[in-house]
Design a binder for this molecule. Structure first.
Ligand code: GAR
Length: 201
């Protein structure tokens, strides 16, 4: 059984979807740890409600990003984590962290990458005027939202959309896509060749 850590800075609705999927057998792994960089993150309260170990690790207590990331790495090693899942974690990880877990860190982003990377993917897509956006699950590399794509799902943009309505439909798509990608990892079904992530039988 793979041991998963989820990192979240905000409301944690993806975390909730992941925990539901673990419970219903949709993910053949266990969430062993939730970490947040925000003390008040709803994600921490959700984890506690599910009886999952939840830690707030305060970036302000460390001199620089590398020191903070080293603490994260040490914690993950101590908890014997196999997969790190970023679910609305709003910090850029340093190469130190990425190199400690090569192709073992996933992220979900609310656009069809490589379009609209970085912050405010939904806002960027709406402002650009695209007719289709969506969400992307990808492995983390040392760039900003540039790692190999694992799964993507398209979400149409409608004329009446606001940031909130579009993000709501993208969220609904994320709740399906992320557990699917995590389960593929847990069952050793993902293989990366260069930039391409293949699903193997
Ligand atoms: C999700 O829509 C996720 O794609 C996005 O933050 C939201 C978190 O929602 N992530 C990013 O924008 C990463 N750059 P949640 O806290 O309810 O899961």
């Amino acid at each position: 059984m793979k041991r998963i850590a989820v990192f979240a800075s905000g409301q944690g609705t993806n975390l909730e979807a992941i925990l539901e999927a673990v419970k219903s057998g949709g993910i053949s792994g266990e969430v062993a740890l939730v970490i947040s960089d925000q003390e008040k993150a709803q994600a921490l309260q959700r984890a506690q409600r599910w009886g999952v170990k939840a830690l707030f690790i305060n970036p302000k207590e460390y001199k620089n990003r590398e020191q903070y990331d080293q603490v994260l790495v040490d914690q993950l090693k101590a908890d014997k984590i196999d997969l790190v899942v970023l679910a609305g974690f709003m910090r850029l990880l340093t190469p130190l962290f990425v190199r400690a877990f090569p192709l073992k860190i996933m992220n979900i982003h609310p656009s069809l990458l490589p379009a609209f990377p970085g912050l405010e993917g939904v806002e960027q897509a709406l402002a650009y005027g695209v007719k289709v956006s969506g969400c992307t699950v990808h492995f983390i590399d040392e760039g900003l939202d540039t790692g190999p794509v694992i799964l993507q799902e398209a979400v149409p943009v409608i004329q009446e959309d606001t940031i909130e309505t579009l993000h709501q439909r993208i969220h609904a798509s994320e709740y399906r896509l992320y557990p699917t990608a995590i389960d593929l990892f847990c069952r050793d079904k993902l293989k990366v060749e260069g930039r391409r992530c293949l699903i193997i039988d």
